[in-house]
Structure formats: C-alpha cells, structure tokens
Design a protein around this ligand. Structure first.
Ligand SMILES: C[S@@+](CC[C@H](N)C(=O)[O-])C[C@H]1O[C@@H](n2cnc3c(N)ncnc32)[C@H](O)[C@@H]1O
Length: 336
C-alpha cells in the first residue's frame, strides 16, 4: 500500500546505487562505494541524482507537456483550444524507480489534480522524496511506496500514467519489469519510460589539455561499466533493447518515441557546472577501477587536472563548459 509522507517501507538490502555520471543512458560512470557493479549506494547517489534532475528540470516539463498532449489527443480533447489540459491530465501517476523524487514532485506540480506515488526500493531515496514533497507543499498529493521491480507494484491502484526513468535498466529482467509496469496501468493508461538517448558532452573535442576526444573514451569506459553492472544484477537476462518492440510485447499499443534535448550552452550557471564536476568525479572513480582499464594514464592525468579546482584548466574555472545531451522517452498505451 502506498503510504504518506514519511512512513515506513520495510527495508531491503541496500543494494547500492547507480554510480552515475551519465545522463545518456541514465547510467553513469563509476560505481562509488560498491562491491559488485550492480551494488550502487543509492543513498550516496541521492544528491547526484537530485542535481542531475534539477539541472535538467525544464526538459522534464517538456516531457510532461508531451505526455499531456498525447493523452489529450487519445481522449479526443484539445488542450490548446479548451484553454486547459484537463483531458490529458492523469489522476493517478506512479513514478517507478523514482530516486530522490525530483521528477515525482515536478509531475505533481505540472499535473495539479494528480496523486503521485513514488515507488523505489531504496528507503533513503523515498525519505528524500517525502522531505522534498513537504518542502514544496505537495505532501498531500505525493506518497511513497517501497517496491523493487519486477515485484511490488501489485498493491497499488491502477494508474493513468506510469513513469519509469532510468530504472528499468537496473532490473535484471527488463522484460518482466516492463510487464509489471504495464500491468499497473488503468485501461487507457500510459506507460512512459526514459531509456537511452545520447551521452552528454560538456567539453570541446580539443579543450587544450590531454589528447583530444576524451569524452568519447569516457563513453566507452562507461559502456563497459554499464555492461558489467547489468550482468551482475540478480536474475540478469539479456534483452534486445528495442523499447518499442518490448512495450508492444508487454501488451501495449500506440507506441511513440521522442527525444528531448538538454542544451545548456557556455557560460554555465553554477548548478550546472557543479553537476558536471560531480559527473567527472564519478568518471574518475570509474577510471580508478582496476577491472576497467580502458582509460590510459594520460587520460587519468587529464581528469585529475580537470578536477583540481586550483588548476586554471579545471572544470571549476573553464569558460568553455557546456551541457549537451538528449533523453529519449518511449510511451505506450493500455487500450481501454
Ligand atoms: C538512475 S536512478 C533514476 C532515478 C529517477 N528516476 C531519476 O530519473 O532521477 C535509478 C533508480 O532506480 C531505482 N531502482 C534500482 N533497482 C530497481 C528495481 N529493481 N525496481 C525499481 N527501482 C529500482 C534506484 O533505487 C534508483 O532510484
């Protein structure tokens, strides 16, 4: 049963948290304090996830507007002409794998009539969601529910919108996860998953130190980390990540895909700069991983310089820093 701000949720093995540099896959570099690649210390990751979602909040608003329009179109309404979005507005939203609840709360703001349930296995993240909802005056409409996909959602009432951002790829059996998410939909309900997109870019190809093309090599290291993370998940199964096909196989129809650009040009505001510093810090953790020898000593030295606030070439001081990435959202509908 979902519960209100601040309550229970049993507990479970702190299965760690993402690592996370990335926005691209939604997964990031490095695995912090983990023991296996699938062991991510999500409590440690909470501020990183918050920063990531906050810096890119305008994009989530665009996603929400798109979801509203799609739902309104299916309901036969016209939000623009009606002067209101009522036809597209869900009354119950489940955010599955909600992390610290930044997007949970953003959806509660964008859909002011909706009840929103944040579902996640990690108590520490649910607790942050509760705090955030209270801080934003949303406690009466945001609840939390401890659940680990593919199980744990069955107690929830059927939802008009199920949102799962970068959480399905943390489940060993992604097909089972999608089936469980699809099963939670009310007739006519929409499942939206954020998976894939483009890896972030923050520096020019040649940024004056080290060998040009560092970020492409970081991507390669990140991919290695990601593959190991997935292989180490309990019940890990390979699945061809054709999300449209997987959503259809889960019994859903009317699949649509759209990518949303995150485009923060230089010069960056402090929050975005901090986020990039954090991201590169996690890349350096990844580079320090003895199992992941992809980065050569020159690249590691470059990362050290980028992360040294005293260095004039550091991320903290550079004027050429930007954030460019894309998030891909796949949606599908449970036919009424
Ligand atoms: C990369 S974070 C994304 C958080 C949030 N959706 C966002 O976009 O900011 C992945 C989230 O998935 C959650 N997660 C990991 N394994 C899960 C599982 N088996 N079922 C549901 N959520 C899971 C983690 O606790 C974490 O909150």
């Amino acid at each position: 049963m979902a519960h209100g701000a601040g309550t229970e949720h049993g507990h479970g093995a702190e299965r760690g948290s993402d690592h996370g540099a990335g926005h691209g896959h939604g997964h990031g570099a490095g695995h912090g304090h983990s023991h296996g690649h699938a062991d991510i210390d999500w409590a440690v990751m909470a501020p990183v996830l918050e920063q990531n979602a906050e810096v890119t909040a305008p994009v989530y608003r665009e996603v929400a507007a798109w979801l509203r329009d799609l739902r309104a179109a299916r309901a036969g309404g016209n939000p623009a002409a009606d002067g209101g979005p009522a036809d597209g507005d869900p009354s119950l939203i489940v955010d599955a794998g909600s992390g610290p609840g930044v997007v949970t709360c953003l959806f509660a703001e964008v859909f002011p009539k909706a009840q929103v349930i944040a579902a996640d296995p990690e108590e520490a993240l649910l607790a942050r969601t509760v705090e955030r909802a209270a801080r934003l005056g949303l406690a009466d409409r945001v609840r939390t529910h401890r659940a680990e996909l593919p199980d744990g959602l069955g107690e929830l009432p059927p939802a008009d919108l199920v949102w799962a951002a970068r959480s399905v790829h943390h489940v060993g059996d992604q097909v089972a996860a999608l089936t469980a998410l699809a099963d939670r939909l009310a007739p006519g309900g929409t499942l939206a998953i954020l998976e894939g997109g483009l890896a972030p870019r923050s520096l020019p190809r040649d940024f004056g130190i080290g060998r040009p093309g560092l970020q492409a090599r970081l991507d390669a290291a990140n991919e290695e980390w990601f593959a190991r993370m997935r292989a180490d998940l309990p019940g890990a199964k390979e699945a061809r990540e054709d999300w449209a096909e997987l959503l259809t196989a889960a019994g859903l129809r009317h699949v649509a895909t759209r990518s949303f650009l995150v485009d923060l040009p230089a010069p960056l505001e402090d929050a975005a700069r901090d986020h990039i510093v954090t991201t590169f810090g996690r890349y350096r953790d990844l580079a320090a991983d003895a199992e992941n020898p992809i980065l050569d000593p020159d690249d590691r030295a470059t990362l050290d310089r980028l992360l040294d606030p005293q260095d004039p070439e550091s991320l903290h001081r550079r004027t050429d820093l930007f954030l460019l990435t894309a998030h891909t959202v796949h949606v599908a509908v449970r036919e009424a």
